[in-house]
Design a protein around this ligand. Structure first.
Ligand code: ATP
Ligand code: MG
Length: 236
């Protein structure tokens, strides 16, 4: 593993064994990712994007292959690798915005964290300082998703996994969140795997791209809008 690389996927294969047949979803995937990089993952519905993320999160044991994060094999969920899901109703309804953000910090083993200071920093980052005492039911979908993002970033994980995080939002909110999330990730130098099936979103969010197509995979290291769109047209 190269020095700056935070994630290494080694020969990952996954087959779901069903009653009557086996469904091979991922086959012999290998790649590495440098710290601070956003990798967009794109592919048709059912090609295995969520399965890949669930394996990397440690929710699912792959048929074969290894996930190495920060030089350690990652086999089960840890707070180094956090998952931000599509459904933005993942906040605790009985806690305020501020308390939702600090809740995991309070219950983690992180020592010497000034919770008020951390909350202030995160609220400022996601521009929700004025909403800090509100409850989730008082927020819009986009605001809830920003709270969920702040809560994840506050824990400073090695890797953030996002599975179509904006899919449930209207176009205007989606575009605003793409912009703010991209800015926040860049500012905090987070390493992110970002699943989407929207080509424009994949191009906007990702420094690199992983395309899953017809059982094969392709890494595009430096996606340029026109050439990448042409390539994706043939693959998707
Ligand atoms: N627990 C499971 N048992 C059996 N088959 C599964 C299971 N989970 C997923 N699959 C199958 O694996 C394939 C990939 O599913 P996955 O959810 O990874 O696709 P996806 O690329 O995320 O699709 P989408 O864009 O629709 O979210 C599908 O054919 C699905 O039916
Ligand atoms: Mg999916």
């Amino acid at each position: 593993m190269k020095k700056n690389n935070i994630l290494q996927i080694e020969k990952l294969t996954h087959t779901f064994a069903n009653k009557n047949d086996n469904v091979k979803v991922l086959e012999n995937i290998s790649f590495e990712l440098e710290k601070g990089t956003v990798l967009s993952i794109i592919g048709k519905s059912g090609c295995g994007k969520s399965t890949l993320l669930r394996i990397i999160a440690g929710f699912l044991v792959p048929t074969s292959g290894r996930i190495i994060i920060n030089e350690q094999e990652h086999k089960k969920p840890t707070k180094n690798v956090l998952y931000l899901q599509q459904d933005y109703n993942q906040l605790l309804p009985w806690l305020t915005v501020k308390d939702n953000i600090t809740f995991p910090l309070k219950h983690s083993n992180l020592k010497n964290v000034d919770l008020d200071k951390k909350a202030e920093e995160m609220l400022d980052l996601v521009e929700l300082t004025n909403q800090k005492d509100m409850y989730p039911y008082q927020l819009s979908g986009g605001q809830k998703q920003r709270v969920a993002l702040a809560r994840v970033i506050a824990l400073n994980p090695d890797l953030i996994l996002m599975d179509e995080p904006f899919a449930a939002l209207d176009i205007a909110t989606r575009e605003a969140l793409q912009k703010s999330t991209r800015e926040i990730i860049s500012k905090k130098k987070n390493t992110v795997l970002f699943v989407t099936h929207n080509i424009n979103e994949a191009l906007y969010m990702g420094d690199k791209m992983l395309v899953l197509s017809k059982g094969a995979y392709y890494i595009i290291d430096n996606p340029k809008v026109n050439t990448t769109k042409a390539i994706l047209k043939t693959l998707l």
